[in-house]
Design a protein around this ligand. Structure first.
Ligand code: HEC
Ligand code: HEC
Length: 189
């Protein structure tokens, strides 16, 4: 009997520790499930609609081929472009269908600490969870950002004949939430 009690306590503790755990998975099945969920979310995170605004360099990219932005523009202060050529000079508050130029009131580049281009899914996962690189977001704020932020949401209604990110923002938010609930484990690679 005593042995059983001890293992129940151990299992409960393992469950509690699993959430913020880094490193050693307490429950290998749950860690595997969590990583599978993140790989599923990766189909969105690594889609060109997201990556084009999360470049590693100073320049956004364009189209499904992720070619460098044409005309040449640079991130400038805060990612809004430079004074002579801000993003808002061309990107309006909404998609402009006659020319196919995408738009949103907050259209600008993600900071370098949030660069995803050229990174593995594991690297993206680890930086996403890191408040020193993700804009100071804790897990609830990160989940809200992904499931509710309308700039993120643009990727599912990109206009101009662009391919939208797979699924819906709601389904993406659901996968991210399930990932968090299974311990928010990152792919090792
Ligand atoms: C001089 C006009 C102009 C300026 C300034 C400009 N853009 Fe663009 N941008 C465009 C045009 C035109 C397109 C559409 C090109 C296409 O899809 O073939 C575009 C497309 C994009 C795309 C591609 C979306 C996708 O997934 O295909 C991103 C990302 C982007 N711009 C970001 C920015 C950012 C960030 C800034 C400011 C740093 C900026 N742009 C400034 C004209 C501009
Ligand atoms: C038009 C440019 C643009 C597009 C498109 C875009 N983002 Fe971002 N993203 C940003 C900016 C800018 C930030 C910085 C926070 C802010 O100002 O809202 C950001 C921040 C984030 C963050 C905060 C944490 C971090 O480490 O990156 C997440 C998560 C995120 N974006 C997810 C996405 C996803 C998922 C998509 C595609 C479905 C996407 N973004 C598409 C511009 C963009």
């Amino acid at each position: 009997m005593r042995l059983v009690r001890v293992s129940v306590v151990a299992a409960t503790l393992a469950g509690l520790l699993a959430f913020p755990a880094v490193g050693q998975p307490q429950d290998p099945d749950q860690a595997t499930r969590s990583i599978e969920l993140f790989r599923e979310a990766g189909k969105v995170l690594q889609h060109p609609r997201c990556l084009n605004c999360h470049p590693a360099g100073d320049r956004p990219s364009q189209t499904d081929t992720m070619r460098p932005h044409n005309p040449r523009v640079v991130r400038g202060p805060g990612g809004h472009g430079v004074a002579g050529l801000p993003c808002s000079a061309c990107h309006q508050v909404a998609n402009y269908e006659p020319s196919g130029v995408p738009g949103h009131p907050k259209w600008h580049l993600a900071p370098v600490s949030m660069a995803w281009q050229g990174r593995s899914l594991g690297e993206i996962c680890r930086q996403l969870k890191d408040p020193s690189r993700n804009g100071g977001l804790d897990m609830p704020a990160l989940l809200r950002h992904m499931s509710e932020d309308t700039l993120v949401g643009w990727a599912w209604a990109p206009g101009g004949g662009r391919a939208p990110a797979p699924g819906t923002q709601a389904s993406f938010g659901g996968v991210m939430r399930a990932w968090a609930e299974t311990g928010a484990y990152c792919p090792p690679d």
